[in-house]
Every structure is written in C-alpha cells, then in structure tokens.
Design a protein around this ligand. Structure first.
Ligand code: UT7
Length: 335
C-alpha cells in the first residue's frame, strides 16, 4: 500500500470580471444583497468562443503538471469533475487526454457537482494506494455563465456562480504518515430535486417533443435551487463530514491548520468557522473574487492558499464540500 500526495497544483480563471453591479444591470438585484447574503463581490465569466470547461481545465492542468515536474507521458490516469461538460457525451476527460497529448490512459468523468473534486480526489487516491497508478491528473472545471438564467427570474441562483478551473497532480507517496490520510463520501438522493438542472437529461422526455414544443418558458434548462433548504443541510453535513475525517485519523479540531471548504457561500464557511472556533487564517475563502465555481472551487482555493504560503509541510489540511445530490465529503491531508 501507498499514500498519495498532492505533487502540484494550478488554477485558471477567465480574465473577464463581472461585478455585482454588472449583474444588477440585467436583473433585479444589487451589490448590497449579494454581498450580505453570499459574501461575493465579483466572479469571472468566459467570453463567448474564448474558453470552455475543457480548455480551462487543460490550462489549470498544465500549471499543476509543471509545478509537479510531471510530463504528459508520466500521467497514468485522468479524473475530471464537472457539471458543465463541453459535450453531453463524451465527457471532458477524453478531451484532456487528447489536448494534453497524454498516452491512451484511462479518463474518468465525475458527476458530483459541488462535491465533484472531493469525489475525484477520492477515486484517484484509491488507484494510487493500491499501486495501480503513480501519477493522476485530477481536474475540476466549470463554465456556469452560459447556462444561467440571467433574468430576474433566475436571480436566486445566477448571482452565486462563476467560471473557472483548478487541477492537482496526485502522486505516489511512500511515507504512509504523509499525503492523503483518508477520504469520506456521502450522498442522500432523496433531495436530488432541491438543487437540480433537469435538462438536457431526458427523464422520460423525448428530444423530438422538446424540439417540437420549443417552449421559451421551459425552465428545465436552468438550474433550480431551494436555497434555504440547501443552506440548512450544508452547515450540518459540512460539520459532520469534517468531524468524521478527524475522528478517523485520531485528530481534533485544534489539529486543523487549514480548512478549505467548497466556496458555496461565505456565510456557510463563517458558520463552520465559528462552530469550530477556528481563526481567520485557518479557513480559506476566495468566494469574494470568484463566486461559487462548483467542482473548481476547492482546487482553486487550495492552489491560492498554497501559493500564498498558507500551507506548509507537515500541516493538517482539511477539504470539505456539500452540494447537489445531495452529496458531501471530506479529505484529510498531512501536507
Ligand atoms: O454550492 C452548492 C450548494 N449551494 C449552496 O450551498 C447555496 C446555499 N444557499 C444559499 O447560499 C442562500 O440560500 C442563497 C444565497 C441562495 C439565498 O439567500 P437567502 O438568504 O436564503 O435568500 P432567500 O432565497 O430566502 O431570499 C430572500 C429574499 C426573497 O425576497 P422576499 O421573498 O423576502 O421578498 C428573494 O426573492 O431575497 C430575494 N432575492 C434576491 N434579492 C436580490 C433572491 N435572490 C436575490 C437577488 N437579489 N439575487
């Protein structure tokens, strides 16, 4: 058995900054409401034709591979987490294999929304633990902007989300006291429709009927979220799954050097911080700049925390996420 370690990290966000004031020009919202309820000041949106989920993932991956000093021919497997793939099928994993010129290695797509990167890390970790693979590219990337309802009807959802990508190279670690110590995954599908994008899944519908009806009021192509219900579940599940990870490793809350929560809402992160009595420099937040980038949020935040020198060798780093599914999970790392 081996452990896996994070050997390199990278992220990419589009240059195009969209402020809360910009949103208030196209829908009935305002900067004060968005900042007070979510902490978000601005987010990045791609410009038409400039980027896709895959192209951003590839850019983030190249940075992570450079930093890990891992060449394309040394990548053994790809795991790509997203809810916004370029194509309905095939998924972006194979596009990364193509665009990075990897060997004909396996490429797996993970569909676990906000928990996607945690699930992806967990999958990659198992392959490395067993010795099957040595270096795995794990990517989380999202283009939300092209799929949001940018009218007042969609304001409860659309103001939260942003575009971006993050990536990690996971590599074999022979010291079993270091690297990823454990991963913890959960789901509760009874709440599947509380945070959902129904189309283009067919769910009993026929494409021919959808095209024939061509209904401009068909909201199934926009994400739906029961915000307060999601919020209430998030704070409970975040706390539970962080504690589950700590207990598994005989760690206490006081052992956490850095908690990187999925950047869903600054209020959720602050709730956890207060509950666990963590200091400001023990919980990383960058949702103010990027909004909620779903599967990309943890690798972007992890990269920024690492770049800022806020994660050092020997630190206990905790990653945690909650989102659509519902799904939630955590990762405990000895850096
Ligand atoms: O990342 C995946 C997991 N997602 C999450 O964890 C998100 C969890 N939920 C949330 O973050 C929050 O529920 C939201 C930020 C989405 C919404 O905040 P809220 O405090 O729960 O607001 P609300 O939905 O209860 O809406 C309160 C009021 C309503 O008006 P009335 O009925 O009180 O008159 C909304 O119509 O705010 C109104 N509202 C807005 N006003 C201005 C909703 N969206 C907006 C908006 N701008 N963008």
């Amino acid at each position: 058995m081996y452990n896996s370690k994070i050997a390199g990290l990278g992220f990419y966000v589009p240059d195009n900054i969209v402020t809360n004031d910009d949103l208030s020009k196209v829908m009935d919202t305002n900067d004060a409401w968005i900042q007070e309820r979510t902490g978000i000041k601005e987010r990045r949106f791609i410009k038409k034709g400039e980027d896709t989920t895959t192209s951003m993932g590839v850019k983030a991956a190249k940075i992570a591979m450079d930093r890990a000093k891992i060449a394309a021919e040394d990548i053994d497997f790809v795991v790509f987490a997203t809810l916004s793939p370029d194509y309905y099928f095939p998924g972006p994993g194979v596009l990364v294999q193509r665009d990075l010129g990897l060997r004909t290695v396996g490429a797996l797509d993970v569909r676990n929304q906000c928990s996607g990167f945690i699930y992806a890390i967990s999958v990659a970790d198992q392959y490395i633990k067993t010795g099957m693979y040595k270096n795995i590219l794990v990517i989380g990337s999202e283009v939300h902007s092209s799929g949001l309802d940018m009218t007042s009807r969609g304001r409860g959802v659309s103001v939260i989300f942003g575009d971006g990508a993050g990536a990690a190279v996971l590599s074999r670690e022979e010291d079993l006291t270091k690297g990823i110590l454990s991963t913890h995954l959960h789901s509760e599908g009874v709440h599947a429709e509380e945070l959902v994008l129904k189309a283009p899944g067919m769910g009993g519908r026929w494409v021919s009927d959808i095209l024939k009806d061509n209904d401009p009021n068909d909201e199934s192509y926009f994400p739906y979220m029961n915000g307060q219900f999601v919020f209430k579940n998030a704070v409970v599940r975040f706390s539970e799954v962080i504690m589950e990870g700590l207990h598994k490793n005989n760690l206490e809350i006081s052992d956490i050097d850095m908690l990187i929560p999925h950047q869903a809402n600054l209020r959720i992160s602050q709730f956890i911080q207060q509950k666990f009595k963590l200091k400001d420099d023990q919980v990383f937040s960058n949702i103010q700049k990027y909004g909620n980038t779903t599967a990309a949020s943890i690798p972007i935040a992890l990269t920024e925390a690492w770049q800022a020198g806020q994660i050092k060798s020997g630190d206990t780093v905790v990653l945690a996420a909650f989102g659509s599914g519902f799904t939630w999970g955590s990762v405990i790392i000895k850096w």
